[in-house]
Design a binder for this molecule. Sequence first.
Ligand SMILES: Nc1ncnc2c1ncn2[C@@H]1O[C@H](COP(=O)(O)OP(=O)(O)OP(=O)(O)O)[C@@H](O)[C@H]1O
Ligand SMILES: [Mg+2]
Length: 400
Amino acid sequence: MAKLVNPYKPGAGIFPPHLAGRESEIERCNLLFNQSLVIKNILLTGLRGVGKTVLLSRLKEIATGSGWMWCGTDMSESASVSENTVATRLITDISVMTSTLMLPPKESLIGFGTPVQKDSRIGFKELTSIYETTPGLASDKLKHLLSMIWLMVKTYSQYKGIILAYDEVQTMKDHADKEQYPLSLILEVFQSLQIKEVPILLILTGLPTLQGLLVSTRTYTERMFETIFLNRLDEKASRDAIEKPIKKQKSELGFSPESIDLIIKTSSGYPYFIQFICREVFDSFIQQVEAGNTKPNVPIEEIIKKLDIDFFSARWATLSDRQRDLLGVVASLENSTCEFTTKDVIALSKTMLEKPLSGSHITQMFEVLQGKGIIYKNRHGRYSFAVPLLNEFIKRSQNV
Ligand SMILES: Nc1ncnc2c1ncn2[C@@H]1O[C@H](COP(=O)(O)OP(=O)(O)OP(=O)(O)O)[C@@H](O)[C@H]1O
Ligand SMILES: [Mg+2]
């Protein structure tokens, strides 16, 4: 057999060989990219590895193709330490785009005061200077700066608006103790500019904790965002994600219908798991065929073991014994795949643990586990796992 390249790509933010499903989510975003006045922003959330980051890259292609200027990156925790750091983050990202604009030589740029010499650019330094010299609070400065930027972009380019897209936003928070409100700042600034009909659209992406975080920061965010919750892939999309990459290669190697069914069942349609399992199966099939086996089988137990080590163990290792006890109880609940409450856990912990957990202790630990991105609280105050299939991993590790 000619040397085959394994097409599957398990990894954070790595674009898959075939982006399966997601047509309806893309369509919803497309409608928002075509709003005549920007009044709705996009909140893209979902469990770990469900495909938020890669969908964001697809949205970037679509939005830039339809005339938007796209700026943004990951929102690291350090970027949201204070209002000024988050403003610096925004300025940095926008300056990457504004510095490439073709500005008229030796002409006073509208609204930018000082005459701009030939070859001048509006980059980070110039934007920061406007931000710093504008009087008022951080929100006044940022509103003024963004309005100026839009004025410049509108005058000297064909862009129809500016999108600011941020990933991993669940790490952002306000710091009332330090009187720093970086998250509120962004929300307030965008809302205010959108009311003034500035075509500037915000896309925030992150774990499902993000939705609660935004609403608790500013209640009006419910109206400000269209929330797109990415679910696991349905049966057809899972099949496409598995089959299409191998079909594209036009090789003799193929997955049998039984193998495909097993991959769908084991991955439960979660994109990262599909990529991971397919990658392993592909390599294993090549080895088996080279060894003369014309009907290779899927070594599913070994693959699950590898998945446990590569994906789940690292997260599990960051937890204390007591947190693991708690999650052990949660995983044993009948409804652990959907939602659970503190009350459910108190009851079961009495029968499962030598030292049962009190309600307040559970609530406290749930808070910490939310911060670690292991679970999240939905708008009805119920909890769910933020990591797909973690309950099955926990049960497997309890049985060893
Ligand atoms: N629609 C899809 N079809 C096929 N594979 C996909 C799809 N979406 C994502 N993947 C694959 O799943 C993996 C995880 O994708 P991605 O990193 O975008 O997830 P995520 O939701 O951003 O995860 P995290 O919460 O860890 O940031 C990648 O290997 C990617 O190639
Ligand atoms: Mg991601």
